[in-house]
Design a protein around this ligand. Sequence first.
Ligand code: F6R
Length: 265
Amino acid sequence: MLTTQRLMTAAKPNVHPSGIRVRTYRTSEQASLAIATEIASLIRKRRAAGRHCILGLATGSTPLRVYSELVRMHRQESLSFINVVSFNLDEYFPISRESRQSYFRFMQENLFDHIDILPENVNVPDGTVSAAKVQAHCHAYEKRIAEAGGIDLQILGIGRSGHIGFNEPGSDRGSRTRLVQLNAMTRSDAANDFSGIANVPTQAITMGVDTILSARRVRLLAFGERKARIVQRALQTSVSKQLPASFLQNHGDVEFIVDASCAGE
Ligand code: F6R
């Protein structure tokens, strides 16, 4: 059996003409283990240097296996998250933290409840703030990221609309954490989780495009055939706010981590 270390080196990145490195793994399982290994290695390196490791985290189905692998590494390979500070990309608005669909709850259930990260080092945009306070909350979120020293490694998924975080088509390159409207495709993709599109919030709080591009490393994960077309477009179209993921073409350290069925196109 391949070790995760060998899996990582097994998938040599192709540098796409856009400048984005693309690593293709046979399966999403192999891709997930490889990215978990990269995260673990950065956490350990920072710890050895007596420093915090600042992680930008995503929710959704794509990173689930990455998180379960990190939990396994915590339990079986004594990977500690004591020096980790995390910032999640986004949260529905409004939403209670207990709600089944809240990203706060998602992160607790899939990662934070099972590792030794300090609760005060966990940051998820707050879907419970009042509409009057949401702008101040977004500014405070940006300030916390800056005070932490900026994000070392940002994990992203990609929506079929081309969104990263909840930066939907039309999002500015310079956007920062803010309240946004969710687009129709994104709401329809979330309809199952909310038992019907009518129950899907129309708004969300998201880190902005500029917040994401300020991360020192960006790793975008995309698995399965249904993401193939949007990934291909993000790589091939010229940079445009109509396809927010295309802004990643201008980042100096970005990799798309895909499985073979996503790479099909
Ligand atoms: C989630 C997020 C979104 C998702 C994207 C893909 O925090 O920011 O951009 O990454 O919608 O979702 P999945 O992984 O469920 O296909």
